[in-house]
Design a protein around this ligand. Structure first.
Ligand SMILES: [Zn+2]
Length: 280
């Protein structure tokens, strides 16, 4: 590797920094977090490629990291993601809303607008209230993976996929999202004719998606769930990822559906209205 020796040191360093974190880096981060959090009731552990920090006690933090987190990451990587996040990401699990809000303020100077959790790309951290359930963790885990694997993905796809896996189960070795608490509001908006046509949702910019007058998360989630139920979600993802021209996903969607969205939309709306949840 003679040529490598000629590469300036700063380039090697930059190249190294953009790779998946090494075991050594994970260990160093764990040690520095333990030092910083000493005596404050936190448990810090490595669950590659993440460092997990929790305030629910060592047994519970270990249970969440080696159980649900490992299971979700394994299934997501298998079906969607060839690359792991190219930076070390901390996963902060707070046991309730009070400690979550306190921790977000103290460690990240954030005042979250959600009681559940969020991904902070600037702090390289997933920060969440794990009390209401692990669904927040599986949702948030999708974001750094989309960032690493599909950086041009629109907000609707990023949040739709994350929301789909808020209620994940494993079927034949694959991750599957079940109907959840976002369904009743979507049905209501369909019935009240408050949901815009599909191309409007697909074409939302980041700020339009996050500030939509309709339930954009639910719209995106149940579009992807429909594809999942038709066995077309993975094919859609591959086509969408490969499409460098239509960044809204509409072309890829029409290709996997075999029809245009105007023809498809009434079918989808009917499917949503017939869908049932069991209260989750
Ligand atoms: Zn999200």
């Amino acid at each position: 590797m003679k040529t490598l020796a000629l590469v300036p040191v700063f380039l090697l360093a930059a190249g190294h920094a953009s790779a998946e974190p090494t075991q050594k880096e994970l260990e160093a981060r764990k040690a520095s977090l333990e030092e910083k959090l000493k005596g404050q009731g936190f448990t810090v552990m490595i669950e590659a490629p993440f460092v997990v920090i929790g305030d629910e006690g060592p047994a519970m933090v270990k249970h969440r990291a080696t159980g649900f987190l490992r299971w979700t990451v394994g299934l997501l990587e298998k079906d969607y993601f060839t690359k792991r996040p190219d930076k070390l990401i901390e996963v902060w699990l707070f046991g309730n809303e009070k400690t979550y809000r306190k921790g977000a303020k103290k460690f990240f100077n954030d005042e979250p607008d959600t009681p559940y959790g969020y991904y902070s790309p600037s702090a390289d951290a997933l920060i969440m209230n794990i009390g209401p359930g692990a669904g927040t963790l599986s949702h948030e885990l999708v974001h750094p993976y989309i960032e690493a694997n599909f950086p041009s993905a629109p907000a609707w796809f990023n949040e739709g996929l994350a929301s789909l896996y808020e209620r994940p189960v494993e079927k034949a070795g694959h991750i599957v999202g079940l109907a959840n608490w976002r369904l009743p509001n979507l049905k209501r908006q369909i019935n009240e004719k408050k949901l815009p046509a599909l191309p409007v949702m697909l074409g939302t910019s980041r700020s339009e998606f996050y500030n939509a007058s309709f339930d954009s998360y639910a719209y995106a989630r149940y579009l992807l769930m429909y594809l999942q139920e038709q066995g077309k979600l993975h094919a859609f993802y591959k086509k969408f990822l490969a499409d460098k021209k239509d960044l809204t996903g509409q072309t890829a969607l029409e290709a996997v559906l075999g029809t245009d969205v105007a023809t498809f939309e009434p079918t989808w709306r009917k499917w949503v209205l017939a869908l049932q949840t069991d209260g989750h």
